[in-house]
Ligand binder design. Structure first.
Ligand SMILES: Cc1cc2nc3c(=O)[nH]c(=O)nc-3n(C[C@H](O)[C@H](O)[C@H](O)COP(=O)(O)O)c2cc1C
Length: 401
């Protein structure tokens, strides 16, 4: 989806192995409609060529502060004023140290001081460099000044070591841009999100499930984390990644999801139930694989699964409960009924089918709360998640006054 049309991203690339990933970042940002201009440090050019960045961005790449051609009209100031966002990916330990201390000895560090726009940094370095008190102190300073950090992630590193220092995936960096507006809106709050489908076993190798991919729930968890909340994500089977800041608990069945919700629901927290929990499960799953040759036909007896949303409401532990209603017909009617019947604070009414809802990148929803109804336009699920989180935050703030 081209939800970055009209957005201008200034991408700073530092010297590290992860510099090759910025090529992919440029490609994905331009695919989403953004205009990208690239600034590379001298070290970055040891790893990737400016020509590649130029070809992918379709713009000249700046590598030098003292570029007589570009600086005729103070190009570095113009560049900083041109952009809507400054993204530094990968951000080296050296660059973080320089910008934290206000050192402006090359084009990128000078641009950082000039830029009066949102700054997102994506550190990538050896785990010891990241853990070093000097780096940590620099990052703390930058965070206090409003710089947004995406990553680093934990995993195996180019140097062969294991730990925190991997640059975040391109999708996570783009998500942070999509979610920039929710920054700090839920600071100090605790949020529990359920996501994905559940799997109800028939035998050890078969199950009943649904088409939910978990994308909406993961996007809401990311949005809540970006909003500064402490987030727990209880996820049914899904191939999606969650940021390191999110505590993720994987479950399979509805019963397991309920148990996890009972254990993890923080008192006074916000509950967002996006999971497509199977309404029914097989009463007696077989303990051994069912053999085809033994059955010409078979009947499965299904029994009702526990209602997780109702459990959360009845337990009165959450301060605000949001449900989702995925329907193929009469969406608003069924959603309003569910809101009232289950005594929810808000329901997100969601038409599914026809390329919307399940397993899609985009979604269009209507939020229904006690005395308001807000129709949100069709957009990327991450942007939508940010809008939902912003509305929840505004509602909580109004209720508090
Ligand atoms: C092969 C190699 C890989 C490197 N990888 C990283 C890295 O991932 N992160 C980092 O902070 N520095 C890394 N460095 C060190 C930086 O390149 C060095 O600190 C440089 O001064 C950074 O310059 P810059 O911040 O201007 O880009 C690496 C150096 C070499 C030789």
């Amino acid at each position: 989806m081209q939800d970055f049309i009209g957005k201008k991203v200034l991408l700073g690339v530092c010297g590290g192995v992860a510099a090759y990933k910025s090529a992919y970042l440029i490609r994905e940002l331009t695919r989403a409609g953004a205009e990208v201009k690239v600034v590379m440090t001298q070290s970055a050019q040891e790893f990737v060529s400016p020509l590649l960045m130029q070809a992918l961005s379709g713009n000249d790449v700046r590598t030098n502060l003292f570029d007589a051609q570009a600086e005729r009209a103070m190009g570095h100031i113009e560049l900083a004023r041109w952009a809507d966002y400054l993204v530094i990916a990968p951000a080296s330990a050296n660059c973080l140290a320089k910008i934290a201390q206000g050192i402006a000895d090359d084009l990128l560090s000078t641009l950082y001081l000039v830029a009066e726009i949102p700054v997102i940094v994506c550190p990538a370095m050896n785990r010891s460099m990241w853990a070093h008190p000097a780096t940590q102190a620099n990052c703390k300073l930058l965070q206090e000044r409003g710089v947004i950090f995406v990553g680093p992630e934990e995993g195996s590193q180019a140097c062969g070591e294991q730990g925190f220092g991997r640059v975040s995936e391109v999708e996570q960096i783009i998500s942070a841009l999509r979610l920039y507006d929710v920054h700090q809106l839920l600071r100090g709050k605790k949020v529990l999100v359920t996501a994905g489908p559940t799997r109800e076993p028939i035998d050890p190798v078969r199950y009943i499930s649904n088409y939910s991919s978990g994308k909406m729930g993961y996007a809401l968890a990311e949005a809540a984390a970006m909003a500064g909340a402490q987030v727990t994500l209880i996820s049914g089977p899904s191939s999606l990644q969650a940021s390191a800041a999110i505590k993720r608990i994987r479950v399979e069945s509805a019963q397991e999801m309920l148990n996890a919700v009972k254990k993890e629901m923080p008192a006074g927290g916000i509950f967002i139930g996006t999971a497509a929990v199977a309404d029914y499960r097989v009463e007696s799953p077989e303990s051994e694989k069912i053999k085809k040759k033994n059955h010409d036909e078979m009947t499965l007896k299904l029994i009702k699964n526990p209602d997780i949303l109702s459990h959360v409401v009845d337990s009165a532990k959450a301060s605000y409960v949001v449900g989702f209603a995925a329907e193929t017909t009469d969406v608003l009617h069924y959603a309003t009924e569910k809101l009232q019947h289950k005594k929810l604070d808000m329901i997100v009414a969601n038409a599914v089918g026809k390329g919307l809802g399940f397993d899609s990148e985009v979604n269009q929803v209507t939020l229904i709360a006690k005395n308001k109804q807000i129709e949100l336009p069709l957009t990327h699920k991450t942007r939508l998640a940010g809008q939902i989180i912003a509305i929840i935050a505004a509602t909580l703030q109004n209720d508090a006054h």
